[in-house]
Ligand binder design. Sequence first.
Ligand SMILES: C[S@@+](CC[C@H](N)C(=O)[O-])C[C@H]1O[C@@H](n2cnc3c(N)ncnc32)[C@H](O)[C@@H]1O
Length: 259
Amino acid sequence: MATDVPADARLICALDHMAANPEMQRVREVAFAALHLAPGQRILDAGAGTGEVARWLATRLCDTGSIVALDASEAAIAAARARDEGTCVQYLRGDVTALDFPDHWFDAVRCERVLQHLAEPGRAVAELARVTRAGGRVCLVDTDWESVAVDGLPRPLVARVREHLLATVAGQHLDMGRTLRRRLHHAGLHDVTAVPVALYFPDPIAAAAVLPMVNPMVPAEAGLIPGDLREDWFGALSEAGERGDFLATLTMWVAAGTV
Ligand SMILES: C[S@@+](CC[C@H](N)C(=O)[O-])C[C@H]1O[C@@H](n2cnc3c(N)ncnc32)[C@H](O)[C@@H]1O
């Protein structure tokens, strides 16, 4: 994909690559099991992106009940609607920190890789708990960006890129994944479970689907890699890939609890 495409299109493309990645599918299976879903239920996917998971759930539940896929991005919701071929999923624009649903409306609620981007993640968790009925499950999925580890690259180069990344994305919650269990406890949920899922990428191409810092298609303007290191960094990645030396890991967390 060219690097001069609009941000909305890049987001949708990135979500598609992630959805197709077998390691992400493994995370989603863990989240599916944690939700204890049953046919006929009312389900919310908050921050649903292009609705891939919502439609997957619809298939899994034989298109019974109702599933709401909600997202703040008009472009994501438009893409989601365009992809739907007659499932029970309803697509809505909305804000996970101020949900326009009555209390206790849903049987089960999920929220994947959204909280890390929010200024007030605690408000979102409180909202997700509010709209879930007593006895219903809330499942949160998020990344622990500080867990990224690589092999096959020069360690000083990795250290410099890591230092830059930590400074650049300092406004985001890099540790969100490991905080999910605590956040569910604080929101008053019980029977809380937390599962760390270690994603393994055996080559740079597989890693690029989930790790933006190893994806050469992420434009330089995103600022993930220092301008003067970009050539060295992507050169080293490509050489490690050719040697078969590269690997990367990342931990994602799936935490769930009962309201
Ligand atoms: C990394 S994407 C994850 C999308 C989807 N959950 C998935 O796993 O493919 C983050 C999504 O959260 C959405 N988002 C960000 N802030 C939001 C908010 N306050 N309310 C609802 N959605 C939000 C973005 O538009 C984006 O689609």
